[in-house]
Ligand binder design. Structure first.
Ligand code: G3H
Ligand code: 13P
Ligand code: ZN
Length: 326
């Protein structure tokens, strides 16, 4: 069942975070649905109520143009039939104004992100407000972004890029956006921190105080870049040096401070990379794409279960279903 993120956030606020996972292909889609239903091996396994979770499936502009956006939509529609128990939102990740309109008009997306965070404050407000007005007229919810995600490799994790609490409050009031992605020290990709840095929970707490009560915040760049998967990649011929991510223990801390959506893409790519590298290393005579594909779907589903446990969303599916059924 496709729902808006608004309903999911209402249930999660202050208690746990919903995983927002990017997809590009069939194997990721199947692994994602299985994992969120607590099934690690096959589509036919029973749903595990202690592990099943509501989730957000997100599609980037790059994913839409990788093959053709219609393949992604068709796969998601089919997944909703194959896995009728799933409760999820379909979300455009990092949209431009033009792509947001395409998604809003498609009638398929329940949520879009307008990312005008690279624009000056007033321009970001102007663009976001236009998208909000058009989205709300069609029952679609909008995530916006204020502040800029950094990267230690660029040495930009500092006060200049972090979201300013007072600006966040003004931005939310003037745009009418439904959730706000904030810059609190994370960055996209596999190289987030060079030392012991982590999410700036102090800044997050200030933002939570400044925005309206129970207003949902979003955290991008939230992959944990697990050492286990990086080591597996490197042991199978990869070259990911000094990769590091967000401490998973901080997910729940962030959730208690109003983060309802945690974006994870890189971790899924690491699982994909490790499984495929190991498969080619261990079975060099194989040229059938299905053995690594099958191993990836299982490993990815198991990884999603692990992630949802850390986010606190594992085990929440049934109560969310009751909420949305009302
Ligand atoms: O934030 C970006 C996401 O990881 C999506 O990446 O644009 O390469 O699909 P992509
Ligand atoms: P990661 O690169 O940390 O997975 O972040 C993904 C993201 O923010 C997608 O919007
Ligand atoms: Zn992002």
């Amino acid at each position: 069942m496709i729902v808006t993120t608004k309903e999911l956030f209402q249930h999660a606020y202050g208690r746990y975070a919903i995983g927002a996972y990017n997809i590009n292909n069939l194997e990721q889609t199947v692994g994602l649905f299985r994992g969120n239903l607590g099934k690690s091996k096959s589509n036919g396994d029973p749903v595990d109520a202690n592990k099943s979770a509501p989730f957000i499936i997100q599609i980037s502009r790059g994913a839409r143009s990788y093959s053709d956006k219609r393949f992604l939509e068709a796969m998601i529609r089919t997944a909703a039939e194959v896995f009728p128990e799933a409760v999820f939102a379909v979300h455009l990740d990092h949209g431009t104004e033009e792509v947001c309109y395409d998604c809003i008009d498609s009638g398929f997306y329940s949520s879009v992100m307008i990312d005008a965070s690279h624009e000056p404050f007033e321009k970001n407000i102007e663009i976001t407000k236009r998208v909000v007005d058009r989205a709300h007229a069609k029952g679609v919810v909008v995530e916006a972004e204020l502040g800029q995600l950094g990267g230690v490799e660029e040495d930009v994790v500092g006060s200049v890029c972090l979201t300013e609490p007072a600006q966040a409050a003004e931005f939310v009031a003037r745009t009418g956006c439904d959730s706000l992605a904030v810059a609190i020290g994370t960055s996209h990709g596999a190289y987030k921190f060079s030392g012991a840095q982590g999410i700036r929970l102090d800044r997050l707490a200030e933002i939570q105080q400044a925005v309206p009560k129970n207003f949902p915040l979003v955290m991008h760049g939230s992959s944990s870049v697990p050492k286990e998967w990086v080591d597996r990649i490197n042991n199978a011929g990869g070259a990911l040096k000094s990769a590091s991510g967000v401490d998973e223990a901080q997910y729940i801390q962030a959730a208690r401070l109003g983060v309802c959506k945690v974006n994870i893409d890189t971790d899924g790519r690491l699982v994909w990379c490790a499984i495929h590298r190991e498969s080619f290393r261990d079975d060099p005579a194989n040229f059938d794409l299905r053995p690594p594909g099958k191993a990836f779907m299982e490993a990815y589903a198991a990884y999603i279960i692990h992630k949802n446990t850390k986010l606190g969303s594992a085990g929440q599916l049934e109560s969310v279903r009751q909420l949305v059924a009302k």
